[in-house]
Write a protein that binds this ligand. Structure first.
Ligand code: ADP
Ligand code: MG
Length: 699
């Protein structure tokens, strides 16, 4: 057994390493930059770069890279070696401050949708000194933000850092109103729980849909799915355990606080949860976690599926985004606290989140909208596409009594008064186990459950941070000018509850009656698909939110909306083409072949004796012929649709809606025919591994 405290962070240029290796003054200046987001002087950067290079080369690194998260959703890296030629024909290892703080990169192959014209196709990457550098596969990786020369964000990190600054500024104003002068910084924290599937490489390689799309496009329900609930928290199979052990060790070396691992609800499904940390670091770490999961799985002859819905009819994979706000003095602002003052502050922050979620429910919904997640949200076991919040019965009752000035504690006839009363101790997480709420308050944090497993979680946190920042700004404006603070606070809280309580729902989110009530009575939005959701990106109130908080310019928003529409179209196009190929080359020929066997059997039986019973063969052949005809017809329709889609060229909005309204129904019909055929064809004729074979492939 390796010594875990010793390996933890061994590949990270972390605080301990900096302290040990940097001159005192350099260390102090760097810490200040990290704590206050100040600019780093080039002379300081030079010293840091040199120390980093020495440390990295001692630990086996030969190259460095600016590691960033372009809009493609994965991370990108361009490796440069440290070598620098000397006059006498040798090389020395060099790394300058300039190379550390800023790298240039050809931005032209990353999506930007109009943000930079090709004649100035260069962008630059800038070090995010609040996220530590680390060594991965012999390369020193420097977490960076990626911008165009015009300064527009081309990545997911830049807006995230801006949103963290936005909420810091406003939350500090509010915290000060409660007399907490000592706080210098407020940061949001995130702990993303990551779900994933592990399947055997051999079955994976036989499924073009898994290879090209990361999810199955065909597949009949297996006799055994997850109905016995025997997988969740079940004992972990040896091959999976070996994978998890190696994954943990590699993550720990990179300073990722991987904490919990267990089996999830579906067969072959698992989860990893880290200990939460500052949002930008948590997002970086989650990207690393996903990358390592995929790579380490390969070493074990496994494949890690991060798709949000790899198998129809079986739980999809989510990424629960646990989110909270804390001061640098260690106060969690979403923790009820012990004194009337703390409670009042807690209730105000809680109200800020409630209002933010209600006002920007469409932005939250669209922050998780992807082609893959469309199969998951609103399906039986995932949160619905309607955003609502779970507060639990007790906290809801407290808000009710505040709103209505009614007695909360019947025994003592207590009227809840803000700033006067200590909140009664309510149990954490009591009714939350049903997991049907998209956004649940779980005692001292919110758990946002809509993100899909493969999502780069930055997008969600940009929206949460920015929306709450905006509300806190309005709150601070109102309260800072109040003559009677306690009264103004009470009025603001009551008004906020009254105006926004429609977003609170403690019942069963999977219930159809809820969706009806949510949309028809409460007027909540129900954006069912990615194209529907993305159409709200540029609504004036959303543009106003992000521009006023200086998180996005309008041009950046427009480009992001376009990139995501385009991405939806690309993903769906690949899926449709894969379906056509699998149906034409594999399934329809297999159906014909089995049909021929049946026809031959009928003919030979009849040749022996005309009265021999052929009911099975005849019925099966008839149905199979019908299904083959439907499958063929749908393939032809799909091909025709693909032709039309090609004509729509760069009209991504038109294309997205055409896909949603015409292509997806056609894909569904094709799948239904093939899946039924699977159930009646003999196993040896079926050309790909079945759901049963995939889901139970890891012994
Ligand atoms: P559950 O399965 O009940 O949701 P887990 O332990 O799997 O619980 O996950 C809870 C996650 O919430 C962990 O990643 C944890 O670190 C994170 N978390 C706890 N407190 C906070 C906080 N203040 N801010 C952000 N995340 C938090
Ligand atoms: Mg959870």
């Amino acid at each position: 057994m390796k010594n875990i405290p010793e390996i933890f962070g061994s590949l990270v240029f972390n605080d301990a390493v900096m302290k040990a290796r940097l001159p005192k003054e350099t260390y102090r200046l760097l810490r200040r930059t990290m704590a206050e987001g100040k600019h780093l002087d080039l002379s300081v950067a030079n010293v840091v770069a040199n120390a980093m290079k020495d440390w990295a080369t001692e630990n086996g690194a030969t190259h460095f890279t600016h590691w960033f998260q372009p809009m493609t959703g994965i991370t990108a890296e361009k490796h440069d070696s440290f070598i620098s030629p000397t006059d006498d024909g040798r090389v020395i290892m060099e790394f300058s401050g300039k190379e550390l703080v800023r790298g240039e990169t050809d931005a032209s192959s990353f999506p930007s949708c109009g943000l930079r014209s090709t004649f100035e196709a260069r962008g630059y990457t800038a070090w995010d000194p609040t996220s530590y550098a680390f060594i991965k596969d012999g390369t020193l990786c420097i977490p960076t933000a990626f911008c165009s020369y015009g300064g527009e964000a081309l990545d997911k990190k830049t807006p995230l850092l801006r949103s963290m600054e936005a909420i810091n500024k406003r939350a500090l104003r509010v915290v000060k109103l409660f007399g907490n002068e000592g706080s210098a910084r407020v940061t949001t924290t995130v702990g993303p729980e990551q779900e994933y599937f592990l399947i055997d490489k051999k079955v994976y390689e036989k499924r073009p849909d898994l290879i090209y799309c990361g999810r199955t496009l065909f597949g009949a329900k297996p006799p055994k799915g997850q109905e016995l609930d025997d997988h969740y928290f079940g004992s972990i199979k040896p091959r999976v355990a070996a994978f998890m052990k190696e994954l943990d060790e590699e993550l720990w070396k990179l300073g990722v606080l991987s904490k919990t691992k267990h089996n999830e609800g579906a067969p072959a499904q698992h989860e990893l949860a880290p200990i939460f940390t500052t949002t930008n670091i948590a997002c970086d770490h989650n990207q690393l976690t996903m990358e390592l999961m995929k790579n380490i799985a390969k070493k074990h002859d496994l494949v890690c599926l991060l798709h949000e819905k790899p198998f129809a009819g079986i739980s999809g994979s989510g990424k629960h985004n646990n989110w909270s706000i804390s001061t640098n003095t260690g106060v969690n602002l979403l923790d009820p606290g012990e004194t009337p003052q703390d409670n009042a502050q807690f209730i105000l922050f809680l109200c800020a989140v409630i209002k933010a979620v209600d006002d920007y429910q469409d932005m939250l919904r669209l922050s998780v909208a992807t082609a893959g997640n469309d199969h998951r949200l609103g399906a039986a076991e995932a949160p619905p596409a309607v955003v609502s919040m779970f507060l639990g019965d007790e906290l809801t009752a407290i808000l009710d009594s505040l709103e209505n000035d009614t007695v909360y504690d019947a025994k003592e006839e207590v009227l809840m008064r803000i700033g006067v009363h200590v909140l009664p101790k309510f149990k954490k997480d009591t009714t939350d186990r049903n997991r049907t709420s998209p956004l649940a308050f779980t005692g001292n944090k919110f758990e946002f459950r809509m993100p899909g497993a493969s999502l780069a979680v930055a997008s969600v946190n940009v929206v949460l941070n920015t929306a709450v920042a905006k509300v806190l700004e309005d709150f601070a404006d109102e309260l800072e000018n109040a003559e009677d603070f306690q009264k103004a606070l009470h009025d603001l809280i009551v008004r906020t509850i009254r105006e926004h309580k429609r977003i609170i729902f403690n019942g069963n989110g999977y219930d159809d009656a809820w969706i009806k009530e949510a949309t028809e009575v409460r007027g909540l939005s129900n954006l069912k698909t990615t194209p529907d959701a993305l159409m709200h990106y540029l609504d004036p109130k959303n543009v106003e939110l992000f521009t006023s908080m200086k998180v996005f310019s309008e041009a950046e928003m427009k480009s992001r909306r376009d990139i995501r529409m385009e991405n939806y179209c690309k993903v769906m196009k690949i899926e449709a083409l894969t379906m056509i190929e699998m149906a034409e080359k594999q399934f329809i020929p297999a159906m014909s072949k089995y049909g021929k066997l049946l026809a031959d059997t009928i003919a030979s039986k009849k040749a022996v004796c005309t009265t021999l019973d052929c009911t099975f063969e005849e019925k099966t052949l008839t149905r199979l012929s019908e299904l083959t005809a439907v499958a063929y017809e749908k393939v032809c329709d799909l091909k025709a649709h693909m032709g039309k889609l090609a004509e729509m060229k760069k009209d991504f909005i038109g294309s997205a809606f055409f896909i949603k309204d015409e292509i997806i129904p056609c894909m569904n019909a094709l799948r239904a025919a093939v899946d039924e055929a699977e159930t009646i064809c003999a196993s040896e004729y079926w050309p790909v591994p079945t759901y049963g074979e995939i889901l139970f492939s890891v012994k």
